[in-house]
Design a protein around this ligand. Structure first.
Ligand SMILES: CCCCCCCC/C=C\CCCCCCCC(=O)N[C@@H](COP(=O)(O)O)[C@H](O)/C=C/CCCCCCCCCCCCC
Length: 205
């Protein structure tokens, strides 16, 4: 069996860099490919994180299938097509692309905050991760998930190990690449946030 490809921050950066078009549309193919790269990283951290990676894989897989079935190219097109039947119909659809993407979108905010913390130098990754989680995803999760997530964060490797797993060379280069990656991720996040806000989709059940 072929070994799974190692995580590379460069690949994730390239994927998110390739997401935004000149017309400020967010392309789904690189977006999902960026998530696939991140999930590979999470899977390499061990089974304590598997309840998180399984949920992320399920969401990415569902979106890939919807993109294939409905030829969704961008987040904007997906929103437009799914809203065509009316907001009530979309709200009643538990497997919609919009509600699934919204979950990843909230997780992207977590990622943005976590990477900012990692870049700025605090060595306690579990603290960085918990703070980023509390400021983003936690408000959308029930108590049990919040508890399980914060317990799992205690098993995170040190900042030095993190920088090493990024596979971009010495720590200074990894930090520089984080500085390069964060604006792309932030841009994708802001465009999606504005789009969902404008269409009143930020609380899709
Ligand atoms: C240099 C790079 C370093 C960073 C690499 C980070 C890699 C992270 C990869 C994936 C992040 C996980 C994304 C999780 C998406 C969660 C979506 C969600 O909110 N799902 C919940 C709601 O779904 P529905 O029930 O409404 O369908 C679902 O209940 C969640 C279940 C699982 C728990 C989610 C906890 C999320 C914690 C996010 C932090 C991940 C920590 C990774 C540490 C590196």
């Amino acid at each position: 069996m072929a070994a799974a490809a190692a995580f590379s921050l460069r690949e994730v950066l390239d994927a998110f860099r390739g997401c935004v078009t000149e017309q400020r549309e967010v392309l789904l193919e690189p977006y999902l490919s960026g998530w696939r790269g991140l999930i590979r990283f999470l899977q390499s951290l061990g089974t304590v994180f598997s309840f998180i990676s399984k949920d992320a894989v399920a969401k990415v897989t569902l979106l890939e299938e919807l993109c294939h079935q409905h030829r969704f190219v961008s987040v904007q097109r997906m929103v437009q097509q799914e809203l065509a039947a009316g907001p009530a119909a979309l709200r009643a659809q538990p497997g919609s692309g919009c509600r699934t993407l919204l979950r990843l979108h909230r997780a992207l905010r977590w990622l943005q905050l976590f990477l900012q913390g990692l870049r700025s130098g605090d060595s306690r990754t579990s603290v960085l991760c918990t703070d980023a989680y509390n400021a983003s995803l936690a408000q959308h999760h029930p108590w049990l998930i919040r508890k399980a997530a914060t317990v799992a964060f205690c098993a995170l490797p040190s900042r030095d190990a993190f920088l090493d797993i990024m596979n971009v060379g010495p720590p200074e280069e990894a930090v520089a690449m984080l500085g390069e990656a964060i604006p792309y991720i932030s841009d994708v996040y802001s465009i999606t946030q504005e789009l969902f806000e404008k269409n009143d989709l930020l609380d899709l059940p």
